[in-house]
Design a protein. Structure first.
Length: 328
């Protein structure tokens, strides 16, 4: 479809929610309105698309949401959209509303679905990266990452107080299904002693060696930040093994969990969401389709869904090295 024929856009959020999704919805709706487009909000991600659960959104519907966590459009992880019948129903529903193009705010799973769907039905789709995990190639940061890291750092600061008072070793698990971005940034910003992330090979022996070294250097308490997707095992299991090997510390486990997914988005996330929501609509007008909009070196860029979901984004090795050195 020629880009200047796009008059009716549908926007939805899908997958795990992320602080800043509302700011992105607001930017999409208002940019589309500026360009005299009609905009529909689909509820519950692909589930709502399949069920035709969508409504017109106007500029006032997205007032007062820029500071709110979660997503006013709700979100879901849809099994039905993974089936050909589900996608056919979704296509029919979009046709019933005369929707010309979609903007999908989500992560890896969302864009995997978007890529299949856009190829099957030739519907232009632009993806906006909204996931706390920051694990998408084609953008330096994803919406929600900064807020999640700030939440985790606040929790770590509190844990540090009690760890210090009791001379305890804490294992603190942060989110990141297959990635260590949250763990690495949280570890550096909170001054943790060790960080375990899936992208860096390590072993229990090495971890124990580093912790023993810390004891020798008179570290009276410790904090190990563990990415949920780390390769050494569950956080409880890692803590148990360390506890058996080192009797100097009393060990404790804290799992921060879904707290990292909520809360008012940071200024950085609001700014990122505004730029990417705006960029998504203007990108569609310029003829971009089946791509994710991202921010690389502070510039708005477009990356094919294929690259965004298949190319691996790795944590900066200099940061990994620095985290170790600063934690001596
Ligand atoms: O992808 C974001 C994320 O928060 C991951 O870090 C985590 O593994 C997963 O979602 C949890 O998903 P759910 O909320 O469906 O349990």
């Amino acid at each position: 479809m020629a880009s200047n024929l796009i008059k009716r856009i549908a926007v939805f959020t899908s997958g795990g929610d992320a602080p800043g999704m509302n700011a992105a919805i607001r930017a999409v709706v208002r940019t589309a309105a500026h360009h005299k487009m009609h905009i529909f909000g689909i509820n519950n991600g692909y589930e709502g698309m399949i069920d035709g659960d969508m409504r017109r959104l106007d500029i006032r519907d997205v007032g007062n949401i820029i500071y709110r966590g979660g997503t006013i459009l709700k979100t879901a992880r849809s099994q039905r959209f993974m089936t050909a019948e589900g996608r056919r129903s979704a296509y029919e529903a979009l046709q019933a509303f005369d929707v010309d193009a979609c903007i999908a705010i989500g992560g890896n799973g969302t864009f995997t679905g978007a890529q299949v769907f856009s190829e099957e039905y030739n519907i232009p789709i632009i993806g906006v990266p909204g996931t706390i995990d920051n694990d998408l190639y084609g953008t330096d940061y994803t919406i929600g990452f900064d807020t999640a890291v700030n939440t985790a750092v606040q929790a770590l600061d509190k844990i540090r107080d009690t760890a210090d008072s009791h001379n305890r070793l804490f294992f603190v698990e942060v989110m990141g299904r297959n990635s260590g971005f949250i763990a690495l940034s949280t570890g550096i910003a909170s001054g943790a002693g060790n960080v375990l992330i899936p992208e860096v090979d390590t072993s229990m022996d090495r971890l124990i060696e580093l912790l023993r070294l810390g004891v020798k250097r008179k570290k009276m308490f410790g904090i190990v930040v563990v990415a949920e997707g780390n390769k050494l095992g569950t956080t409880h299991e890692i803590a148990r093994q360390v506890n058996e090997a080192i009797d100097f510390y009393d060990t404790k486990v804290t799992i921060i969990g879904h707290m990292q997914r909520g809360g008012s988005p940071s200024a950085l996330d609001r700014l990122l969401a505004s730029r990417l929501g705006f960029g998504a609509v203007e990108g569609l007008i310029e003829g971009h389709k089946n791509e994710m909009v991202g921010l690389v070196n502070n510039e708005v860029v477009f990356t094919s869904f294929y690259d965004a979901i298949t190319k691996e984004k790795k944590p900066n090795q200099n940061l990994v090295r620095m985290a170790e050195i600063l934690a001596i």
